[in-house]
Design a protein around this ligand. Sequence first.
Ligand code: ARG
Length: 585
Amino acid sequence: MASVPSLASTLHQRIADALSAALPEAGAADPLLRRSDRADFQANGMLALAKKLKGNPRELAGKVVEGLPTGDLIEEIEVSGPGFLNITVSDRAITGTLAARAADDRLGVPFKEHPGATVIDWAQPNVAKEMHVGHLRNTVIGNSVVRLLEFTGEKVISRHHIGDWGTQFGMLIQYLIEHPHELDHKDGTSGEEAMSNLNRLYKASRALFDSDEEFKTRARRRVVDLQAGDAETIALWQRFVDESKIYFYSVFDKLDVEIRDEDIVGESGYNDMLAETCRMLEESGVAVRSEGALCVFFDDVKGPEGNPVPLIVQKSDGGFGYAATDLSAIRDRVFNLKADTLLYVVDTRQSLHFKMVFETARRAGWLTDDVEAVQLGFGTVLGKDGKPFKTREGETVRLVDLLDEAIERAAAVVREKARDLTEEEIADRAAQVGIGAVKYADLSTSAARDYKFDLDQMVSLNGDTSVYLQYAFARIQSILRKAGTAGPVAHPELALAPAERALGLHLDQFAATVAEAAGEYAPHKLAGYLYQLASLYTSFYDQCQVLSEENPAEVVENRLFLCDLTARTLHQGMALLGIRTPERL
Ligand code: ARG
């Protein structure tokens, strides 16, 4: 189905037309239409325009009003103050546009006119290392942005740039050669077991590396074998990667995030390109040798003493680092995957790295004007004390522990609310509520900002939380079940109560909100919209009886229609954030 223009956008267009008819010399002028407390909308654009063209704003506003077509949309329009327009739309128009949205599976959200291809780099943990709270954000934000972009029709390719390469593997592999059964296990190892195996191996090999000079030498030689692609060494390295994946998948599963194996292309995936990347940079003069290392310099990147800080593409010992891999990945993503947008969901603490990498790729001609590269940088998760989140012992918090605690808290909330649920049902819902709470807290502030991880607040039933939204959804489902034979039917001929109008006008903004959130990679705008939707629904529910015997049948149907559309909008919106909406809570 074709997209459904919102009342706001239709109104905007009509006023803009009337404005250019009234004042042709103004060209295409913006009427600056906003929602308003006094009427439904206010248009302020006449003021600045009249001022600029030395006219009288009230007079201009009057002309605009005369030039507007009469019809179904506008109920009332008046010139007010120095030259604003206050506009009230008709109840019929509100219900009519909502009926058109309801008739569409996509709730009237259009596909982008010119969808492109985005490669998005997200959910990138490191092999043989525990996932910590920092990996929460790149997973949760990335997942939501993928869902938003796909919903607008963009072609999206995910890349999980996991840290699966580096000198630490020499030590691990050498240890495994000397203790060959340390990673053996039966099928069906849990993620938890896999991680504890890896941790044990890591600690044991580290201890040996630090205390035994001969082991250290063997481990270093092993790094050389690994880099040379020696088959036996690679096979052992692969076992570490596989063991880690068992663990990663268990965490992603707990987070209710789907990751596809073919999208996991870690640092090692670019090994074959590294030497060529360096050669191209050196030949084109983009990179130069400095004290043996291959470096790229920038006028505006300086250290504390004013000395230039280069991007090191190849170290003086010949080793390739993080930057060489990222530059090679850009070549792959642009030339093989044919991306026109490269998006990186990575901690803002890596912003300098990406700035230098992007700039280098531009100088090398790998990023052209047709390709946009964006780091969607996110801030730090803080503890209640406002410092980076740590355990009481001052250690980094394991992501699994944090998720388990959220689920446990959620179970208490669910248990308290619904007394007739089985233990299994409680566990199911606790997972949906607990994980939803963690995701929502992350997604409801703009990514770039730090936020406090506060479970008490996150699972609170009142306030800007996912539980509040999930309850609003479940409550509507219960009303729809109770309605029996009465169903949701739109009746545009009915007059609407103020709370119905407010809810309806907000529902009408869903498509515009999704477009904005997707276009700006800003899930928090969608979260804010949904919270307001649930609040407006709560006021509607308080002020307008839905299933009252005293209501005429059409009023019941029309209110059920508003309930149903609200539920569908909540469900779709939450799905775009990666959050479940249980039918019952
Ligand atoms: N593995 C890295 C980390 O844990 C994040 C990788 C980000 N992506 C990239 N293309 N550099 O910090």
